[in-house]
Each structure stands twice: as structure tokens, then as C-alpha cells.
Design a protein around this ligand. Sequence first.
Ligand code: MG
Length: 339
Amino acid sequence: MNLSWYRYDLALKHVFRISRSARTTIPIVLLEIEHDGIIGYGEASPNVRYGETQETVEAFFAKVDLERYESPFLIDDILQYTDALDTHNTAAKCAVDIALHDWVGKKLGVPLYRLWGLNPDNTPLCSFTIGIDTADVVRQKVIEAEAYPILKIKVGLDNDEEIIRTIRSVTDKVIRVDANEGWKDKHLALERIKFLQDNNVEFIEQPMPAAQFDDIKWLRDRVSMPIIADESVVRLSDLPMLAQAYDGINIKLQKCTGVREAMRMISTARALGMKVMLGCMIESAVGVAAAAHLSPLIDYADLDGNVLISNDPFDGVRNINGMLRLDLQPGLGVHKKIL
Ligand code: MG
């Protein structure tokens, strides 16, 4: 098995602003695993919130020795090995996981959802993300997003209520809100969530910093709106504790090391009575397709990472008015574009 990789900068169509950052490009690392003349594609979209950069991803790949395995079919053995190579590095591990799954699907000649026995018609509608901005720009973005039936609104700065009022003045469609840990005080968070409840918001994602677990538990006892964990949930082992403070989890392949662990997290969340959302970082079609193949298993899809960029080096997953459509080809079903 040959492992190779290269850096790529995803260009965002608009400045992407959330409560802790504003970005115009997203540096990623694309991975290829070749064996028997077939190439499996993988992607790492590293996030500094979780301690990763292009440099750490490349350093991790340099340590991976796949020569010790006879074929990519040994996914479980290989991923136990990569997971044990170092702590964290979840985006780098995820790239290996995605590439192995792509290779296996291609070798067997089936799309991944079919390999897993899933019905793509059960994929929930995908939300479209609106980053933090002035009320005027947010109004314009909401109008431009008219085709998308569900909006995910980023908040967490001083103009939250103004943004929500502006959106509600132009649309009554389903909106979900993500504070990205932006509210540091539980009383402020309670006030904001009650305001969201009054404005017919479906749920709130990560209202407060992950470290303020007891404050989130306190909040949950005082609001009716579901509270979904995002920054608080990284991997499978986080779930039992989170069930005490959250109604659901936002799984991202880049945070949890990939498809293999995401499946375990979905089953565990179900056992704990939690809702499951599948999200993404800003990613190319490679990462988004991997999540899209899994999405028949979940309640909420937030897989618009590739819709927000202007130079996706791959195609194969389309977002048609919030409906995710996969190319019905083996593996991920993605194709490298000639750029
Ligand atoms: Mg989030």
C-alpha cells in the first residue's frame, strides 16, 4: 500500500465568521492510498480548536507505515494501529479512515452506503450555514439562500438578537442556531436561549464553552429547546458523560477519526436516547461525501462544507436545495477535477 499526500487551500466564497474566528481560506491535506492499481481518497481538514494544522497532519502521515498490512480490507486492524500511533490527530486519522473505505468500496464495486446497507432516501435535509455578520449582510445571505429549506445561523457575539430578528423578518423557515461556545455566562445564555425559543428556533448548538459542563447542565434544566453538543464531543468515550447535559451530539468525521468511530458513536447515542447530527468542517467533496454516505442513520444533517467553497478539487456529491445527492459510483463516488 502506498500512501501519498499533498496540501491544498480551500477558498471560501465569503469570509466565514464564527464566535472565535474569521477565515477566507482553509488549509487541508488530501491523502491517497494506492493498492492493486486502485486509489482511495482521503481528506484531513485540520482545526486549531482541536490542536491540528497542515504541519501536524503531514507529520502524522509520515509516521504511518502501511507496508505491514497486506491490503486495505484490514480496515479495523489498520485503524487500531493508526489510532495508537499518537493521541489526538483526529483529522489525520480520519483521512486514513476515509481513504481505506473509498478503496474498499471501489475494489468491491459498490457505493459505501450500499456496503453498509443504508437507504440514501433516508438522508435528512441538509442545513445551509450563515456565518456571523452585520444584520444587513445576514439579511442578504438569507435571501440568497432562498433555495435551502433549513438555515443554520452562527451567533455568539453582541448582535445575536438583532440577527435573529432580521432573519425572522424575511423568512419563517426552519432555523437552527450555533453559538460555538460564544456565551460565557450561564444567565446570559439562558436569556438568549429563551429569546430563541420565542423565535421558533429548532435547537441550540454548543451555547457555552465545553469546559463549562456544569453550567450547560444548569441551562438544560431551565429550557425546553434541545441543546446539541459540538465542541464538547470529540470521540466515542465522551458520550456517556455528555448525556447528562445535552440532548444530542454533532458528530464530525474530522473530530472523531472517521467513519468507523462515527458508526459506533451513532449507535451509542441511540442507546443513550440522544439525537444525532452529522456535521463537517469546511471540507472538499471527499470529506462531505464520506459523511453523506452515513447520513441515512442520523436526525440532522449539516453537511454544507463544500457548498461554501469556490475551488473544490473534487466533485461527486451535490447539494440540491438542501438534498444531498451522491454519484452512484463505487466507494465515495468522488472524482478528482482537473484544475
Ligand atoms: Mg457547531
